[in-house]
Design a protein around this ligand. Sequence first.
Ligand SMILES: [Zn+2]
Length: 339
Amino acid sequence: MPQTNPADPTESGAAAGDYLEITPLGAGCEVGRSCLYMECKGRKIMLDCGLHPAREGIQALPYFDMIRPEEIDLLLLTHFHVDHCAGLPYFTEKTGFKGKVFMTHPTRAIYKYIAQDFVRVANISTDEQLFDTKDVNSSSEKIGRIDYHQECEEKGIKFTAYRAGHVLGAAMFLIEIDGVKILYTGDYSREEDRHLKPAEIPPSCEVDVLIVESTYGVEKHENRDVREAKFKQLVHDVVRRGGKCLMPCFALGRAQELLLILNEYWRENPELASVPIIYSGALAQRSLEVFKTHRNMMSDALRKEIEQGRDPFEFKQMDQAGIEADPGPLVVMAGPGML
Ligand SMILES: [Zn+2]
């Protein structure tokens, strides 16, 4: 007797096309270039559009050749990290894609800086470049903005953004197609840090499909307090003996979080007042403006500080010559490539 397979829609009595098809175009069994293609009841959605940070040119793109970009109705982008957003200028400008793109306000603002910076530092010849500044500008004009908890609808696809923690503006998307609910988390953090609220759990609803980021799997991170204490001790040891503490860190998110930890520690230890904390790089300066604009998305403690007129993100700008000429102890943060 033939075996029936309940997963086969023709056996279970479901109509043809009555199922959800999910295809990872990147980030499946790898870290980098998050990009997911989803098809349900004739609607076609793409989730994130990242580049592989360790590859160059065309090799860094998700597998766009597995889909027809011109058929995609909607592209939702979770946050501004390169591995989630940097493929967008290529996708909107160099393929047949004609659908709508949505992301939160801060993601859109910072996406533009990130993509421009990507063009600037790309270490390859111009004909291998995936896109240029003109493409970046033109792609940002096509982006629709969505607020947390705002429900939008596009070609019968309903979608709502929820706070994901992780970085400023990061969103999870709850998508509903014909009553089928799908939650795509993107990168998220459930731990409250200095500047951001943690990821929220969407209000009671039954999610049919959960697509969750799992880079660290079941690995346990060291307790946050322990990590912070070790970090502050290490920095203090270096500057106490007159040293220069060089810290490679990405301009966005991580740099702001470290600045907040150090500024607080500096206030608690007045003997450190004369030791400057420097961030080298224009990207951090420009993006801080975005952080200050979106203070409503910050943690409560941080918002209070800003309302009281204090600048919790305070740091000095100094160029390389200034840093080299400074004889005293200092702390320098810069992008890993710049350092
Ligand atoms: Zn991320």
